[in-house]
Write a protein that binds this ligand. Sequence first.
Ligand code: NAP
Ligand code: F7E
Length: 337
Amino acid sequence: MKKAFVTGVTGQDGAYLAKLLLEEGYEVHGGVRRISQPETTRLDILGITDDVTLHEFDLTEQNNIYRVIRDVEMDEFYNLAAQSFVGASWELPIYTADVDGMAVVRILDTLRTIRPDCRFYQASTSEMFGLVQEVPQSETTRLYPRSPYGVAKVYGHYITMNYRESFDMHASSGILFNHESPLRGKEFVTRKITLGLAALARGGDKPIELGNMDAKRDWGYAADYVKGMWLMLQQDKADDYVLATGVTTTIRDFFTFAGEALGMDLEWSGEAEAETATDRKSGKLVMKVNPKFYRPAEVELLIGDPSKAEKSLGWKADVDIRGLATMMAKSDYDALA
Ligand code: NAP
Ligand code: F7E
């Protein structure tokens, strides 16, 4: 039986990946950091909490990383843990650099020293493309990060390549475009929208306050994307791969699709800070812009070219943007029953 270790196992991707690995017959171990109240909600929702062996694990602590790698003796190591919220990274730039950047070399160097044959996956991101230098973005597109988060992830990405090339380690990076699900954190825009719309559809009257409505993202479904991570580590040779849908959508259009899934008929008016959305059916104001959610530097357009992953891994995103918005909106609506 193969043994896998997943950092960030309590996060969105960690939970879906743990479920997939269990289905594939792995013994699954996961890292959780010490918090005042242990939080396994996502594993509970997927019904796998008792099937995953949890270890106290913090990316900032070198000797803790060393001991976990020594004791678990894993065959595959998936590094999904991170300070993953771009918006917070301007307030926490040094912490984000440590957790999303430096921690990657802590893990790689420990693996190199005591477990060199373990396969390694690094959670790289489309945020590294930032101010995009090419459309669509692929594995060879020049990086131009626009946030402390993106900059830290560039380090994690390049050090993964460097350890692969320097020490012949099986270390791969998945350059994943945005992927969402009913388990998505509440601060990310898709979930913030579907939670807010569900509350409005259930009789609430609080409009959702958002920032830049014109930003475009290539959004897929998280459960599809963790399959791609696993496939990367099943290849004979390690490499880097973009996972994306190849379709880009504005925040406004995602909002419209989610509203339609809950039976709303939205009327958009105004521009920039004066933009609003009203539901014609109920007459309720459902969205207004609050500049507090603008970012110091924005990533305006992301659209990925997943052809390498499709060809080499046989991977494909199955859920389209309407399917995703509908799944998330209905899940949040049902949870309020
Ligand atoms: P998430 O839901 O925010 O999960 C992040 C996980 O990291 C949580 O389990 C969190 O633990 C853990 N963590 C944070 N700081 C830690 C630390 N110092 N030590 C140990 N664990 C720590 O993120 P996600 O959406 O699943 O994303 C997974 C990975 O993919 C992240 O690296 C993210 O940057 C990257 N990524 C995500 C996307 C996307 O669209 N979702 C796209 C590209 C790349 P707590 O539960 O205690 O907070
Ligand atoms: O923002 C705009 C915001 O926070 C998306 C992470 O998983 O994907 C994620 O990062 C867009 C941005 O995700 C609000 O300005 C407008 O343009 O949902 P988000 P993100 O920044 O794209 C990448 C690939 C990762 O790697 C990250 O870990 O939506 N936006 N109004 C807003 N965003 C938020 N959060 N809240 C708003 O009110």
